[in-house]
Design a protein around this ligand. Sequence first.
Ligand code: HEM
Length: 411
Amino acid sequence: IELVISQTKHLEKATMYKFLHGWLREGLLTSKGDKWQKRRKILTPAFHFSILLEFVDVFNKECEHFCKQIMESKDKVIDIVPIIENFTLSTMIETSLGKNLDFHSNEGSQYKNILVQLDRLIFMRFMNFYYWMDGLFRFSKLGQSERKYLKALHAFTVGFIRKRESSFQTFDEKFNESYVKRKHPLLDILLNAKIKHGSIDEDGIREEVDTFVFEGHDTTAQCLNFTTMLMACHKEYQEEARQEITNLLGPNPDHKPTYADLQKLHFLERFIKESLRLYPPVPFIGRKTSEDIPTKFGTIPKGVDVHLLILDIQRNPKVWPNPEVFDPSRHLPENSKNRNSYAFIPFSAGPRNCIGQRYAMLEIKAFFCETLRRFVLEPIDRPEDIVLIQSLVLRPRDGIKVKFSPLENIN
Ligand code: HEM
């Protein structure tokens, strides 16, 4: 695994990524060579800590909205999957496009439905070998549906971009005070690159916006779904996480965490890592080899697809004793120092690792700062009840039900 992903040689993605090309074209996730390198350079500043700092306010606001929905719901046993997906999609739209999208509005519900349909169609194509052939797929009903949804999605994305561009003013990219004061959704960094430097055009911006929405919201949503279920199932760990949060921020959820606070939640971080070990939202990735790779087991030839099965790697009993047991202490520094660093790769590793890793961890931690200070989570669905399916991400087939008991009723 290390030989394939740690080097800059094998950066091209495997053949199966072609199923995403209609949607993302050649955005950061699917591009290769010079194009990928240039884009990574343009996009890396979008995750500078000064920008993430601002995003924490958005996460906090949306976390509060999430909890409000739960409080207003009559039934406290809730299938968390749809509301968590709305939560991560809202934060993604706001931080990447600088826009609030209401999913009850016509625009919001249509946009969300398109994403859901495309995910479903691409998964169906992936699962049916005949549809792997472009010619057959193009003339199939599935192919026609995909074209219809892609056209609608791209019209939405271009609309969002043009609207923001119409009132956009370029800015100085130096990380000085005025830069930090200004909120910079991802789209602004791309518009600046287009207008100031001509290093990207409108099609390129669209590729990247679609890539971020695709890669950023569903992955984080699935991590939150599984982590919330695990919190509910492990009362003692849930209490430890709540203690850590209240020791740092106090019991009142109106006292919101800052970027710096979120760095200090070490137990919560280990809890999330253990959830990512058992339920990696991206359960496998693939590369095409650009030259022969000699390994101690034999040579992987040039030009083949290599699939790296993250879920299996992270449940390998030779590395993770009793792999099915949920145990956050596996991620204590003293317990991980002798472990091969490629045994835990939920965000991949090497030069093509996840650019949004820190963003995702901040969002997930902010979510628990809010929910654990408002509710006690009790299990309804448990890991043994969940049927996992792998669509574009790893997800629970039938949702996940959790009971939310308001903390004030318990104390
Ligand atoms: C828990 C949440 C997340 C997980 C588990 C995750 C996982 C991954 C993995 C495994 C890859 C490598 C994919 C491959 O090699 O094919 C990846 C790449 C990527 N991720 Fe994430 N991701 C998460 C959240 C995010 C977020 C929040 C964003 C954006 C804000 C994001 C943006 C990207 C992009 C753009 C790439 C492509 C990077 C490149 O090829 O240079 N991800 N992610």
